[in-house]
Write a protein that binds this ligand. Structure first.
Ligand code: T1G
Length: 699
């Protein structure tokens, strides 16, 4: 029974029990409508609506999307609840999200456990609340708060929700008992049957201007996404239309979104992120080791960010540097980062102090003797890493996990520097490490199953999205970045400007264009890395000569005020620089390249196909476990637009045959070896197969 109804004294209790997250599937909606009807007929005076298991309803059953709507619909269910002649009181625990919170909004009162959170995260699925959320929430909390909550999709903790009016009471455990007591007190007070649909939207805030401001705000913060704009339209309708009309407007907007490509892509990402945590082929007895204390070597930007990540998750850290001065600098940087967060009002001083106190500095390896995990974040040089891992092997207790944050180096070689290669793993964080969600977990040949299982579980615990990779140059993300960066360089020398290239890719939805990213990271980094390579490893000189020339002119990117662009020293505002065009033209001449007009479509094809083709190499070689893992890496670590679902999803949407033909055309046009289609792509395209069918066959 997914929904049950019982009488407790003179109060009715409706209980939903649909594990794991009480999603409101058709059967649950049906059960709920029947239970409400039954409660009207007995001598109950009020009805408490509660859920079993770990959470109140987490929303619609996402697996039902894309199927024909099944009655009763969400609006019908909510209408039944709101129209109840007896007061219905929602009792919330865990997370009341999406359709779950909209159901709670259809109840007459809401109480919540102190630890609960509420929210309308539909925007993260490329859709909008389709069960009255955009109409009821503004009536309850006003336009501004409603817009903030719905367009951000954020979870609002119960105490804050109480402050905002999203819930009426915060209670302690046991929830059911206290919810019944709350229901009784409402009856005793003679509290009215408060139907949100009958409330007026608080007027003062509903000026036309507010909506314009939010539309512009969304165009920036959620660039390229359709749903956030429609959310603003719907909230505006809550002000301008009667409730029933607003509800219909919301419903129509919801259906426009739910069938869209953007929603399909974002749904794909939702499940992809969850699937990424699953390690294929682990034997049943892989054990997750407890990680109670972590050592981090290197207090630079990366090490400091990683230290904050653990402190934020409540795990104590020993931060190691070679000398006191470097350590002090690192600790001061962490303190500064926390104080900025506090000054923005995003964290209390108390919380910041607590986190900072979890980070202890040290200049001696011996202080790592009893940590459960060490992460090395020192300079990218095999010689340096060799030395560090030799030391770790000497001081760390048996069974400690020894991890490297390397972005490119061979983790097998690092593991071989120790007497315990089974305990060595790559944990590749992305900068700034306390902000970026992606974590590449790199398993070397000898890495034990326990260490893999522990790393993946730990990733989740520290609020990252862990993705498993095997060893190769650059793992998943940085390996794909190389051909992408190559195309940016070649497009320039062949005729495009940095502005055109970055413009095409940001219009596609990338967070930044490749050349602006280069300026941000610093052009000297790639330059230095190239110095260590043989001409053969460096590849076609046309793919780096412009970058080299700029660095040799002292144009290192943002930090020197100029790179592919010029930067205002005060505001960092970016502008075009005719000098760069001269450099490009000189390099083209020197390399015998005739520059030409390049279409935006060609630029897009070349960058996108470079990513996709490398993705197929990575899949075919078994570096990534599954196509969707590559999407998770690219969306969470490299600014690929979430509403396109990642490079592999984009390839699937285009059709593999079309992708293959596009890559073959690039090969035939350029004669370049690297445009040879990846064997796996070729095989699937020619056999008319899809990535989904390939994944299914593999299982
Ligand atoms: N539908 C179907 N399956 C879901 C689901 C859902 N809404 N939510 C979670 N799952 C599955 C998930 O795939 C996983 O499966 C398992 O449950 C546990 O999830 C009308 C249209 C609730 C905070 O966006 O945010 O309502 O991998 O690993 O870390 O306007 O799940 O075990 O097979 O994430 O404890 C809006 C989405 C829907 C909430 C729990 N709701 N869920 O986190 O577990 S749209 C959401 C979450 C909607 C209305 C609209 C989280 C969670 P498996 P988990 P968790």
């Amino acid at each position: 029974m997914l929904v049950t109804y019982e009488l407790v004294g003179d109060l009715g209790v409706i209980t939903i029990n649909n594990p794991p997250v009480n999603a409101l599937s058709q059967k649950v909606r049906q059960g709920l409508v029947e239970a409400i009807a039954e409660a009207q007929t007995d001598n109950s005076k009020a009805i408490v609506l509660i859920c079993e298991g770990r959470t109140f309803a987490a929303g619609a059953d996402i697996k039902e999307f894309g199927k024909p709507p099944m009655a009763p619909s969400f609006p019908e269910m909510n209408e039944a609840v709101e129209s109840s002649a007896k007061p219905v009181i929602a009792a919330l625990h865990g997370t009341a999200l999406g359709g779950g919170f909209e159901l709670a909004l259809s109840c007459h009162y809401r109480c919540a456990l102190k630890t609960a959170a509420v929210g309308l995260p539909e925007v993260n699925l490329g859709i909008l609340p389709g069960a009255g959320g955009t109409q009821r929430l503004p009536r309850l909390v006003g336009v501004e708060t409603a817009l903030d909550v719905i367009t951000s999709g954020k979870r609002v903790a119960a105490p804050k929700a109480l402050e905002l009016g999203m819930v009426d009471r915060v209670v302690e455990e046991p929830l059911q008992e206290l919810a019944l007591a709350y229901a009784r007190s409402l009856l005793d007070e003679g509290a009215p049957l408060r139907r949100i649909r009958d409330l007026e939207v608080p007027a003062a805030q509903g000026s036309a201007d507010v909506f314009e401001v939010w539309r512009k705000n969304m165009a920036k913060r959620r660039r390229g996404q359709v749903a956030p704009q429609k959310i603003v339209d719907c909230v505006e309708a809550a002000v301008s239309k009667p409730f029933e009309d607003g509800l219909q407007f919301e419903r129509a907007s919801f259906f426009e979104c739910v069938g869209s490509d953007q929603a399909a892509a974002m749904r794909h990402m939702f499940f992809a992120e969850r699937k990424a945590a699953v390690v294929e082929g682990l034997s049943g007895n892989a054990a997750v080791k407890p990680i109670n204390r972590v050592g981090i070597i290197g207090a630079g930007t990366m090490g400091g960010g990683i230290a904050m990540t653990f402190a934020n998750a409540g795990i104590p850290v020993t931060l190691l540097e070679l000398n006191q001065e470097a350590l002090d600098r690192g600790l001061a940087l962490i303190a500064k980062n926390y104080s900025i967060t506090v000054s923005k009002g995003k964290m209390s001083q108390e919380a910041a102090d607590k986190r900072q106190a979890l980070i202890t500095g040290s200049t001696s390896y011996d202080s790592l003797a009893d940590v459960d995990l060490v992460i090395e974040a020192v300079f990218e040089s095999m010689d340096v890493k060799r030395q560090v891992f030799g030391e770790l092997d000497r001081v760390c207790k048996p069974g400690a996990i020894l991890a490297s944050n390397t972005s490119y180096l061979d983790v097998n070689e690092i593991a071989a520097c120790t007497s315990r290669p089974q305990d060595v793993v790559g944990l590749h964080f992305f900068s700034p490490a306390n902000v970026m969600r992606l974590l590449e977990v790199v398993r070397a040949d000898a890495t034990s199953e326990d260490v893999i299982a522990t790393s993946m579980a730990l990733g989740k615990k520290i609020a990252k999205v862990p993705v498993l990779a095997r060893v190769c140059y650059g793992f998943i993300g940085n390996r794909m970045l190389r051909p992408y960066a190559r195309e940016a360089q070649l497009s320039m020398i062949e005729g495009a400007s940095p502005e055109q290239i970055d413009g095409v890719l940001t219009r596609f939805g990338m967070a930044m264009g490749p050349l602006a990213v280069g300026d941000l990271a610093g052009l000297d980094i790639g330059y230095k890395a190239r110095q260590a390579l043989t001409p053969e490893q460096k590849g076609d000189p046309r793919s780096y000569c412009i970058a080299d020339a700029l660095v040799e002119m002292g144009r290192l990117g943002q930090k020197s005020g100029a790179g592919y662009y010029r930067y205002d020293p005060e505001t960092r505002a970016r502008s075009s620089d005719p000098e760069v065009l001269e450099v490009i033209e000189a390099q083209a001449k020197a390399h015998g390249v005739q520059r030409r007009t390049m279409s935006d479509q060609e630029i897009l094809d070349r960058h996108l196909m470079a990513l996709i083709n490398e993705g197929f190499h990575i899949l075919g070689e078994g570096i990534a476990q599954r196509p969707s893992d590559i999407d998770v890496v690219y969306v969470n670590g490299y600014g690929f637009p979430v509403f396109r679902g990642g490079p592999m999803f984009t390839a699937s949407q285009m059709g593999l045959r079309e992708v293959y033909d596009c890559i073959c055309a690039l090969r035939d046009k350029t004669g370049a070896d690297y445009w040879q289609p990846a064997p796996l792509l070729e095989q699937l395209a020619l056999e008319g197969k899809t990535l989904d069918s390939w994944s299914a066959d593999k299982r």
